[in-house]
Design a protein around this ligand. Structure first.
Ligand SMILES: NC(=O)c1ccc[n+]([C@@H]2O[C@H](COP(=O)([O-])OP(=O)(O)OC[C@H]3O[C@@H](n4cnc5c(N)ncnc54)[C@H](O)[C@@H]3O)[C@@H](O)[C@H]2O)c1
Length: 432
């Protein structure tokens, strides 16, 4: 039985790791320690899952004490993004394995430090890129591996985040680049990792544009008569004139909105100390981008054309992958309960370069992120499924390439020049 300690008792930590560990995988793993800066997070966890009542609690500066007393085999890193690197390095220094949420770190430089530390440690880093595990995404991987589209030449990926999910990033710590790396890292690293994994090539160069169009003090959607800070949705006097608030809330009661990342509990001002997850999306401190377009060149010739927008009427993505023998296309409409229009069921269409089109109806699974989360949990807690004929669990190198691509995107947008991935990472990395 492996022993696990959690650094950062976040909403994600509780739902993705703690709950399954105690309810579904208790024969394979045991939770032996909880670490966070905020003691409130321990009580939130213990109230939700009374089985964790006896698990020892440690503060930010007590990592070494936790290792000595609780003796974990694995450290699960699930706090605010900028705190990941600290706990990963500490765990590796103790020779422990690490399971870290994406993004592994918030800068390419910190990825370098992690990879250097891993070289001399007994411990190994696993990055939980759960999007790989969606049944649609594994099917696409299998189609490419089968050779049906030949060598991948180009990818078009347009990702759409709706006004509910998108605005939530601008209400929380995620809105500061120092905490999240900005959304080209915090969010788009998922998408860059997917493409890197599908095409099985390494990103080498990025050119991008970015803008802040919807959020921040100068937004045309700001209902305040003059830009002013210090507003919170829970107490806001102009919220009934805020389109983001009124779209997803009622004046008279709490409305439940279904989402993989956020719920009323996440938004609750009671769930954290000295931190409110209902900050105003029109605050001046918001300087990150909410819109990007980017072009990425890969080492074996593939070209990616990518865009993302964090304030759209519905959520999902459009994807096309072109190869020397054919093309794959799919469109996802995410979270049906939030899409107020009729929309088609997701399929994967395969077009041979010369020949008849095939439409694939993918077998779906229950669970978060398109059914990907539960399968990832099995790989993490029971060991990788040996019947799957291709690698899927990511190591630190995959984590680093996804982050470096995201960093290259915002830096290219700021500096108006192409950015080389190798310059950010200082080296070409081995395959994870
Ligand atoms: N893979 C996915 O689909 C997915 C989805 C959601 C979140 N995430 C990731 O999970 C992590 C948590 O996100 P969330 O939205 O659930 O966060 P959250 O806002 O619920 O919690 C953040 C936690 O970090 C803690 N923290 C802050 N500073 C700390 C420090 N120095 N040491 C220890 N803990 C500290 C806070 O007290 C809080 O408990 C993030 O890395 C995020 O990127 C991944």
């Amino acid at each position: 039985m492996r022993k696990y300690a959690v650094c950062g008792v976040s909403k994600r930590a509780i739902g993705m790791f703690i709950q399954p560990l105690i309810e579904n995988f208790s024969e394979a793993g045991q939770l032996v320690g909880l670490l966070d800066t905020d003691a409130k997070r321990f009580s939130v966890c213990k109230e939700q899952y009374p089985q964790t009542a006896g698990v020892p609690e440690y503060r930010e500066d007590q990592f070494d004490k936790m290792v000595t007393e609780a003796r974990p085999d694995v450290v699960i890193v699930t706090g605010r993004d900028d705190t990941h690197v600290h706990y990963i390095l500490k765990a590796l220094a103790h020779g422990l394995d690490v399971i870290t949420e994406k993004p592994m770190a918030t800068t390419a430089e910190d990825c370098r430090r992690i990879m250097d530390a891993e070289k001399t440690s007994k411990g190994k880093v696993t990055v939980t890129f759960n999007y790989r595990y969606s049944p649609y995404h594994t099917k696409i991987k299998e189609l490419i591996l089968s050779g049906k589209i030949g060598r991948v030449t180009s990818v078009d990926l347009n990702w759409y985040i709706d006004t509910y999910h998108g605005s939530s990033y601008f209400q929380r710590w995620n809105r500061l680049r120092e905490f999240s790396g900005g959304l080209s890292i915090h969010k788009s690293s998922h998408h860059f990792d997917l493409v890197n994994w599908w095409v099985d090539q390494k990103p080498v160069e990025v050119f991008a544009f970015g803008a802040l169009n919807y959020y921040g003090a100068d937004s045309v959607l700001n209902p305040k008569s003059k830009p002013e800070d210090g507003y919170y949705c829970g107490t806001c006097t102009v919220r009934n004139r805020c389109s983001y608030y009124t779209r997803w809330n009622a004046r008279s009661k709490n409305v439940t909105v279904k989402d993989d990342h956020i719920d009323l509990n996440t938004k609750s001002t009671e769930a954290y100390t000295n931190y409110r997850p209902d900050q105003c999306v029109f605050d001046k401190e918001i300087q990150i981008e909410d819109t990007y377009t980017a072009t990425v060149k890969y080492d074996k010739g593939a070209l990616l054309s990518y865009s993302i927008n964090f304030s759209l009427p519905y959520e999902g993505y459009r994807l096309a992958i072109n190869g020397t023998k054919g093309r794959i296309e799919t469109t996802e409409y995410h979270e049906p309960s939030r899409i107020p229009f009729p929309f088609p069921e997701q399929t994967i269409d395969f077009y041979p370069l010369f020949g008849s089109k095939e439409t694939i109806h993918v077998v779906k699974r229950e669970g978060g992120h398109g059914g990907g989360d539960p399968v990832l949990q099995e790989d993490l807690f029971l060991g990788v499924d040996e019947t799957r004929p291709y690698p899927i669990l990511s190591g630190s190198s995959d984590g680093a390439y996804a982050i470096a691509t995201g960093e290259a995107v915002w830096k290219s947008a700021k500096e108006n020049r192409p950015i080389q991935i190798e310059q950010l990472l200082g080296q070409t990395l081995p395959t994870s």
